[in-house]
Design a binder for this molecule. Structure first.
Ligand code: PAF
Length: 292
């Protein structure tokens, strides 16, 4: 079968669809489809997701939707950065075919009554700090899968718990889509790429670097076991708590990647060392994998 030319190859611009009907039109005769779900404010980390999608599918769709269902009442929904023209320009550079940017009323025409329950894994770490967050994430991801019907969906591993839960949803609910993860992308100073980095002042950014330093210190202690990994990472965070501006840790955990439950002292094999902390008013997360 002849592979259809990507839309961006013939027009130089992705087609921007705002409604399910426009999306369906854009995806007629699309061949294999890869979806990169995002909340916009796209950065270098998103580029790496798009590149994997571009390599793997005939048609690449990037969704840009700041999903109210995954934000708590005191979180940054209102100030979350939004820049559809900038996002569309970045997608054009990456050869994306379709940008799906629905309005909130389009995604949620009725108050959402039926949702996807993330189970016990969704209540740990991020889920404990942000009650309901993963129900919101899985519900919107399931809706996007139904609207776009991708063969492949690409997620960043910076949100390690999110991608683990998406994989589990796909397995548990028999969703016909392959999930691919892309390793955490870091700026040259080590800070994990995130749309929320734009909130940081220079001084806050300098303090925020302690997150990746803590993870590196933890990983270096892997040969001495889980408790040593936690202690090495904690020591860096404790020092950063006294920095100016201070880093206020939310959690630091070494967890089993299949469940996100704490790895026991005799854990062997792969684990995830994950951290969340607030610097000023910005909440940041990061993680590394550790082999024990
Ligand atoms: O990772 C994100 O940007 C969001 O949680 C996602 C997967 C796009 C769902 O809103």
């Amino acid at each position: 079968m002849t592979k259809p030319a990507p839309h961006s190859a013939t027009t130089g611009r992705p087609l921007v669809a705002h409604t399910p009907d426009e999306l369906r039109g854009a995806l007629s005769d699309a061949g294999s489809v890869a979806l990169v779900p995002t909340m916009g404010a796209l950065h270098g980390g998103h580029r790496s997701l798009m590149r994997l999608a571009r390599d793997r599918a005939d048609t690449v769709v990037v969704s840009v939707f700041v999903n109210p269902l995954q934000f708590g009442p005191d979180e940054d929904l209102d100030r979350y950065p939004r820049d559809l023209p900038g996002d569309t320009a970045l997608c054009a550079e990456e050869g994306v075919d379709v940008v799906f940017a629905p309005a909130v009323e389009t995604m949620y025409p009725l108050p959402q009554m039926v949702t996807v329950d993330a189970g016990a894994m969704g209540e740990r770490l991020e889920g404990a700090s942000r009650p309901g967050h993963f129900t919101g994430v899985l519900t919107v991801v399931a809706k996007l899968f139904h609207l776009v019907r991708p063969d492949l969906a690409v997620f960043g591993e910076k949100d390690a718990q999110q991608i683990a839960l998406v994989r589990r949803m796909v397995a548990d609910l028999d969703m016909p889509v392959e999930i691919a993860g892309v390793p955490v992308q870091r700026d040259p100073d080590g800070l994990a790429s995130s749309s929320r980095n734009v909130y940081l002042s220079d001084a806050e950014r300098a303090s925020a670097l302690s997150l990746s330093r803590a993870l590196t210190a933890g990983r270096r202690a892997a040969a001495d076991g889980p408790d040593a990994v936690r202690a090495a990472a904690r020591a860096v965070l404790e020092e950063a708590a006294g920095a100016e501006p201070p880093v206020e840790p939310d959690y630091l955990a070494l967890v089993d990647p299949a469940t996100f439950a704490e790895a026991p002292a005799d854990h062997e094999g792969e684990a995830v060392l994950a951290v969340a902390a607030r610097v000023g008013t910005t909440r940041l997360i990061d993680n590394v994998s550790v082999t024990l």
